[in-house]
Design a protein around this ligand. Structure first.
Ligand SMILES: N[C@@H](CCC(=O)N[C@@H](CS)C(=O)NCC(=O)O)C(=O)O
Length: 233
C-alpha cells in the first residue's frame, strides 16, 4: 500500500485508497477538466471536495500541495520512477495524465504539439478571459459602473469564440480526434450560461461551438464526471 504520509494534505483530506490518484477539486470548469480526463482515460482515482472558501484553499494542508491556493491538484502515488508526485495547474495535470496513459494526446509528435497548443490557448486565453467576463457579468464586478472592463472581456471572449468556431469548421473535435484539448476548453464554454453571458457573446451565432458543446456533454464519461466531486447542496 502506498504511503502518502509525507503529503500533509492527507492529514485533512485522508485517502481511503492511497494506491489510486488523489484528486482535490471542486466542480468548476478548471476542476472538472481533471475528473473528465480521469474518467475518459479509465484511471482509478479518489475525489476529495475542496471548496473555494479560504478555509479550504488557503488552509495549511491544501497550501502544502498547491502554494497557489487553487483547485484542482492531484497526488499520483504511482508517479514517474515509482515515486509519488504532487501536481497542480489543470493544464499541467492534463498533459501529465495524457503522457502517463498515452491517451487523448494523439499518436504522432505533430498531433501532440498541436493538442498542446490548444491546451495552452485555453490556459492562457479562454480560461482567464471568460473567467474575467464571469466576474464582471455575474459576480462582484457586475456592479461596477464603468462599462469598459466588461466590454473588454466581452470583446476578448467573442474574439476567442470566433477562433474556435473557425477551427471547428468540418471537425468534430478541436485538434483531430477527441483529446485533452477538448477537455480543457469545452467546460469553459459551458460556464457562459452559468455566467448569464451567452447573449453578450452571441453564443447561438456559433453553430460549430453549439454542436461541439452538445457532442462533448453527450459522452458518458463527461456526463459522469461533470459534477465530481459533487457540489454541496
Ligand atoms: N490556472 C489554474 C486556475 C485554477 C483556478 O482558478 N481555480 C479556482 C477555481 S476554478 C480556485 O481554486 N479559486 C480559489 C481561489 O482563488 O481562492 C488552473 O488551471 O488550475
Amino acid at each position: 500500500m502506498s504511503d502518502l504520509s509525507n503529503f500533509p494534505i492527507t492529514e485533512r483530506w485522508s485517502p481511503t485508497n492511497p494506491d489510486v490518484i488523489q484528486l482535490y477539486s471542486f466542480p468548476t470548469p478548471n476542476g472538472v477538466k481533471v475528473s473528465i480526463a480521469l474518467e475518459e482515460m479509465g484511471l482509478d482515482y479518489e475525489a476529495h471536495l475542496v471548496t473555494l472558501s479560504d478555509a479550504d484553499v488557503k488552509s495549511p494542508e491544501f497550501l502544502s500541495l498547491n502554494p497557489n491556493n487553487k483547485i484542482p491538484a492531484i497526488i499520483d502515488p504511482n508517479g514517474p520512477d515509482g515515486e509519488a508526485l504532487g501536481l497542480w495547474e489543470s493544464g499541467a495535470i492534463l498533459l501529465y495524465l495524457a503522457e502517463k496513459t498515452g491517451k487523448l494526446i494523439g499518436s504522432t509528435a505533430a498531433d501532440k504539439a498541436v493538442i498542446t497548443q490548444w491546451v495552452m490557448f485555453q490556459m492562457g486565453g479562454v480560461g482567464p478571459m471568460l473567467g474575467q467576463l464571469g466576474f464582471f457579468t455575474k459576480f462582484a464586478g457586475k456592479d461596477i459602473e464603468d462599462p469598459r472592463p466588461r466590454e473588454r472581456y466581452q470583446n476578448e471572449a467573442k474574439r476567442l469564440l470566433a477562433v474556435l468556431e473557425k477551427q471547428l469548421e468540418g471537425r468534430d473535435w478541436i485538434a483531430g480526434d477527441f483529446s485533452i484539448a477538448d477537455i480543457a476548453i469545452v467546460p469553459w464554454l459551458n460556464a457562459l450560461a452559468y455566467y448569464g453571458a451567452q447573449e453578450a457573446v452571441g453564443w447561438t451565432d456559433h453553430p460549430n461551438l453549439v454542436a461541439w458543446h452538445k457532442r462533448f456533454y453527450a459522452r458518458p464519461a463527461v456526463d459522469k464526471a461533470k459534477n465530481i466531486p459533487p457540489r454541496p447542496e
